[in-house]
Design a binder for this molecule. Structure first.
Ligand code: ATP
Length: 309
């Protein structure tokens, strides 16, 4: 299998705001043409990291290289290659989609005669050509996000940063958005995406999980699942009226953590032998079966592991 070169290399990056470290000594790389998921709860330091990679913020210490070039000293060369759809990306509501794209293109220094066909091409790419002449204020939130993506791609960047592009959109828009992301990557673009939706993280080639400025896990979705769940989680279904004590027992006996799910409990088992022995003592009360872990499970386990340190 061909190994793609690293397009982004972040080494020991720290960003401090006064005494507070929003990003605290993180290192990772991104390969050309991959869909790279940068995940973490609110305030984990994702946007701050993206701003450093895009040359919008200087690190307090550490380095960020894009194609081997230090971003802080090569911003002008790297800028045309980067497309950044920030969380605060806004379109002008009274202008039509076409007018918005013409304006966004002019900010990238594109010529008007080049922007027009490019805008039309991108609206076809996102499957929303019919909205070109509509004022943005009449569009749904999901369509606006798609148009913001088109605006981000106008100058044909090969490194695309999408900061929570699907936040607050419908499941249909999310699916459409991810189809586009996959197409971009298939066309050789590198897509760096942040999301709070762990199901979306499954679409990423590799993932970095962040918490409070630090990396708590990194790998492909499959690697992370294997690393955090050598023992698979189990789904436990009550065969008698639900017994609240089971959940408490699991916690008290240190056998795992449990969450409610429709028919019973989903348990992230920490001690399978202990769990099986406990299940025997509750014969007839519940049945259980191992299930494949999700990235949500991985994230919760990674966070709880770190908090327990
Ligand atoms: P979200 O998903 O909410 O955007 P995030 O992971 O992108 O979260 P950041 O926006 O990078 O997180 O913020 C990380 C931390 O740094 C937060 O606690 C934030 O309040 C703080 N922070 C970010 N920018 C500044 C700033 N300019 N001055 C002071 N603190 C800041």
């Amino acid at each position: 299998m061909k190994t793609e070169p690293n397009v982004i290399e972040v080494e020991n990056l720290t960003v401090a705001f006064g005494d507070f470290k929003a990003v605290d000594g993180i290192s990772f790389y991104v390969k050309r043409g991959e869909i790279f998921g940068f995940l973490g709860a609110n305030g984990a330091g994702k946007t701050t990291t993206i701003r450093c990679i895009c040359g919008l913020l200087n690190p307090t210490s550490g380095t960020v290289l894009v194609d081997g070039k230090d971003v802080s000293s090569h911003t002008a060369v790297l800028k045309p290659r980067i497309g950044y759809m920030s969380q605060k990306f806004t379109l002008y509501p009274d202008l039509t989609v076409r007018e918005n794209l013409l304006f966004a293109g002019s900010l990238y220094g594109l010529r008007r005669k080049d922007i027009k066909p490019r805008a039309e091409e991108l609206m076809r790419f996102i499957g929303l050509s019919q909205h070109l002449n509509e004022p943005v204020k009449l569009l749904s939130g999901g369509v606006k996000q798609m148009v913001a993506l088109a605006a981000t791609l106008l100058h044909n960047p090969d490194l695309i940063f999408l900061d929570e592009p699907t936040a607050g959109t419908s499941p249909i828009t999310r699916a459409d958005f991810w189809r586009l992301i996959r197409t971009l990557a298939q066309n050789g673009k590198t897509v760096f995406v942040t999301t709070h939706y762990m199901d979306e993280a499954e679409y990423c080639g590799r993932i970095v999980l962040m918490e409070r400025g630090r990396i708590i896990a990194t790998g492909t979705p499959e690697e992370l699942k294997k690393q955090f769940f050598p023992v698979p989680p189990v789904e436990l279904v009550f065969t008698q009226p639900r017994q609240a004590s089971v959940r408490e027992d699991l916690q008290r006996l240190n056998l795992g953590t449990a969450e409610n799910f429709s028919g019973g409990l989903r348990v992230r088992v920490t001690d399978m032998e202990g769990f099986k022995a406990y299940a025997q003592t509750r014969e007839g009360v519940f049945t259980y079966r191992p299930v494949a872990p999700t990235l949500e499970d991985v994230f919760l386990k990674a966070v709880s592991g770190r908090n327990a340190q």
